[in-house]
Design a protein around this ligand. Structure first.
Ligand code: BGC
Length: 245
């Protein structure tokens, strides 16, 4: 089946139709800037523009940077607080005229990697971390996802891990790859001590530059870059929506 996958990120909102059997984009992706403040109506407007760009009328899956319980947005770290309490599926379904189903961005990216990418065939404990504006997380065991983990908000030195070890923090503090790797290592060491995973998958904006920092990490758990790199969110959003059907 074909589903329009859309990934709502801190800086961009991008989408493409996805064949959910193969995990392949069927047309090149289209990206627009995330509106300043990421207010609900403005984000709904951009999502609608993407739907129109593809002249889409079928199902739409959206990966969104917040925990989402039974379609309700529960927390807002890098988006407007106005989202909290909103039924996001309803809002976006009304705005686009398509049947929309949303999931946490890291959860759906993890789903794409476990189904088609770096986590395929891995039945132990796998943790996917997405490094972008924040740090997103998804944890799998026996191939099953426990949704809505928020490991980017683990406290490291009295602050949210994502405040120091996200890609946005790397850019903000103008860190060398060596210095950034040190921060990421400290965070992943804590994750390792808490969960003893069999594999870490690293995704998000900087996964395409993985050679610059992954070899510098010292955690004992094997680490692999996301195979879909930054496209995991689009593929996973479509896949998650198809599984709800
Ligand atoms: C949010 C998560 C999200 C992550 C990556 C965090 O700030 O709380 O829900 O998955 O950023 O976008």
């Amino acid at each position: 089946m074909e589903v329009l996958g859309i990934d709502v990120g801190g800086s961009g909102i991008k989408g493409a139709p996805v064949n959910t059997k193969t995990g392949m984009l069927t047309v090149d992706r289209f990206r627009l800037k995330t509106p300043k403040g990421a207010e609900p109506e403005a984000v709904a407007g951009v999502v609608t523009e993407i739907v129109k760009y593809f002249e889409w009328t079928g199902p739409v899956g959206i990966g969104f940077p917040a925990p989402i319980k039974h379609s309700i947005i529960r927390m807002a770290a890098n988006i407007s607080p106005a989202w909290v309490g909103i039924n996001a599926d309803d809002l976006l379904t009304k705005a686009t005229g398509c049947e929309v189903s949303m999931g946490n961005d890291a959860d759906v990216a993890g789903l794409a990697e476990m189904t088609f990418g770096a986590g395929k065939g891995q039945y132990g404990t796998v943790i996917m971390l997405t490094l972008g504006t924040g740090i997103g997380s998804a944890i799998f065991h026996g191939g099953k996802l426990i949704p809505n983990t928020e490991f980017g908000h683990l406290q490291i030195n009295g602050e949210d891990a994502e405040a120091g070890a996200s890609d946005a923090a790397r850019q903000r503090d103008e860190l060398s790859w060596k210095k950034y790797a040190k921060r990421l290592d400290r965070y992943m060491f804590q994750m390792e001590k808490l969960f003893w995973p069999d594999l870490f998958i690293i995704g998000g904006g900087i996964s395409k530059e993985h050679e610059k920092y992954l070899p510098l990490l010292t955690v004992e758990t094997p680490i692999t870059p996301a195979q879909f790199l930054n496209e995991a969110g689009i593929v996973g959003a479509a896949l998650a929506a198809s599984l709800k059907k």
